[in-house]
Design a binder for this molecule. Structure first.
Ligand code: TPP
Ligand code: MG
Length: 516
């Protein structure tokens, strides 16, 4: 039994049985230990951004952490953007980063770097395990940290000699996750008083308050009291569609967000952050609620949000018999004619299989998707939470590993898709049931709007060279084929619908390049 064996046994004992990996020499004993334990599913990503983004998608759907395996500082650095996104999603994640043997560090070999310093800004917890005898206890501590509500990033750095030296065979068991904290009675009382004051009040929800049962309670409160519901602009996971409660999100464009919130006199945040603009724009406000709006943080993301909502409903005297308002199932028509973002949303809405998981990194092309899909088959909706593009394709991989019986629909903008397109290879290698829709507008379209919004004027030659990706046009059918994923190109709504019907009726990875 060496340190690496102790690590994998501790992971398995802690319920961590998926490892998204991209290994190197310093992790070879870890790889050997994984090799001896078939209970651990090892999934190779051909770039660390795939590894960390997949771990995020897995955690969002499994409600528990996966492990990642990355190679020293540079491997971790490659994966950090999606660790950032995971942190913003409150996803539990356990990163294991190999390092040189402790005695080798003094020689400053080429791959030496300060891994702890790289890890810290994106991690809630960082530890280097210097001795094999500490591996199991440290791994158990890392699991416990990752599982702490609402989900945290733990990064454990494992020097090669801590992995290969002999370790005691006693395996540490991670402390079970503490139950989510109940909100303060005073917070509930204040919210009740605010709602009863007669002022225009909005409940803003995020995190697990966007799961179906919590949303039903929120809907009952809304019906009984007249408060309005709104979700944070981007959320890790929302349960929506037919038979679920409809909830809109705060829009991304500042003028739309200001407009959506202009009448709010009181905002009560439940697991959500009070709304701010994604970026600052000259002459525009940073805070999206109107001046003078009273903001109450009723519950933090790590609180028991379902309990907080149920308690609030009780205190408000919402009748137990009052039913939530649920979306009726709609028979949605298939689009015809030109292929544009609305046609794609309508086709997806009409053809979405029951309990699909939608991973949305459609950037500017999917803004209307929400409004088309309230009456679509019930589904989970996963978004980019941290704004660092390159999450969508890996997110779909992770969700598919967590939920092998569910169809994954990956709504992917073309520019963002190029950051981590290696995820397609993992889809093929693991035969994941993912249909990827590429919004092929051959531009960083959103940045053209942003260029104007920040007051930079009109893009000239140099700026356009940085905003368009049309020369040469990316050939997504070939990119997919080169990674083992079958693909077609669609240029009309009819072609797109036919391709999506085909993809919905079969299992395994498939990609549709929707040329816009
Ligand atoms: C890691 C990272 N790098 C750069 C950016 C800046 N950025 C925001 S959107 C975008 C391009 C988006 O293009 P695409 O994915 O094609 O979506 P579209 O705007 O065309 O809808 C870029 C480069 C970012 N958000 N994150
Ligand atoms: Mg684009």
């Amino acid at each position: 039994m060496n340190g690496a064996d102790a690590l994998v046994d501790t992971l398995l004992a802690g319920g961590v049985d998926v490892c998204f990996a991209n290994p190197g020499t310093s992790e070879m004993h870890f790889v050997a230990a994984l090799d001896k334990r078939p209970a651990m599913r090892c999934v190779l990503g051909l770039f660390e951004g795939v590894v960390t983004g997949a771990a995020d998608g897995y955690a969002r759907m499994a409600d528990k952490p996966a492990a990642t395996l990355m190679h020293l500082g540079p491997g971790l650095a490659n994966g950090l953007a999606n660790v950032h996104n995971a942190r913003r999603a409150n996803s539990p994640m356990l990163n294991i980063v190999g390092d040189h043997a402790t005695y080798h560090l003094a020689h400053d070999a080429p791959l030496t770097s300060d891994i702890e310093t790289l890890a810290r800004p994106m991690s809630h917890w960082v530890r280097t395990t210097k001795r094999a005898e500490d591996v199991s206890a440290d791994a158990a501590a890392a699991i416990a940290e990752a599982r702490r509500a609402p989900g945290r990033i733990a990064t454990l750095i494992l020097p090669a000699d801590a992995a290969w030296n002999e370790a005691p065979s006693r395996i540490a068991t991670p402390a079970p996750p503490a139950p989510r904290r109940k909100v303060d009675a005073a917070h509930i009382k204040a919210a009740v008083a605010a709602i009863r004051s007669g002022k225009r009040t909005t409940l803003m929800l995020s995190n697990v308050a966007l799961r179906a049962d919590a949303l039903e309670t929120a809907s009952r409160i809304a019906q009984a009291t007249g408060v309005r519901l709104i979700a944070q602009q981007s959320n890790a996971r929302t349960e929506r569609g037919a038979g679920r409660v409809a909830i809109e999100r705060v829009p991304y464009p500042v003028h739309q967000a200001l407009d959506a919130l202009k009448d709010v006199e009181q905002l009560i945040a439940i697991g959500a952050k009070p709304p701010v603009a994604f970026f600052a724009y000259p002459g525009k406000p940073s805070v999206m609620t109107p001046p003078g709006c009273h903001i109450q943080q009723l519950a933090e993301p790590d609180d028991d949000l379902g309990h907080a909502l149920a308690w609030l409903a009780d205190e408000l005297g919402v009748a137990k018999s009052l039913k939530p308002e649920l979306n009726p199932r709609k028979n949605l028509p298939l689009p015809t004619g030109p292929l544009n973002q609305d046609a794609i949303s309508r086709a997806v809405a009409a053809l979405m299989p029951e309990h699909a998981i939608v991973c949305d990194e459609s950037v500017s092309s999917g803004r209307n998707f929400f409004s088309y899909t309230h009456g679509a088959a019930p589904h989970d909706y996963l978004q980019l939470t941290g704004g660092a593009i390159g999450l969508g394709l890996p997110l779909a991989v992770g969700a598919a590993i967590a939920c092998p019986d569910r169809k994954i629909i990956s709504l992917q903008a073309d520019g963002s898709g190029m950051y981590t397109n290696q995820a397609l290879w993992t889809e093929a290698r693991e035969t994941l049931d993912i249909v990827t829709i590429i919004f092929s507008n051959r531009a960083y379209a959103i940045l053209r709007h942003e260029f104007a919004s920040v007051g930079a004027g009109r893009p000239g030659h140099n700026a356009s060279r940085m905003l368009d990706i049309d020369e040469p046009a990316l050939d997504w059918v070939k990119i997919a084929a080169g990674m083992g994923v079958e693909a077609v190109r669609a240029t009309t709504a009819e072609e797109f619908t036919k391709a999506l019907q085909g993809a919905a009726g079969r299992r395994g990875p498939f990609l549709i390049e929707a040329v816009l």
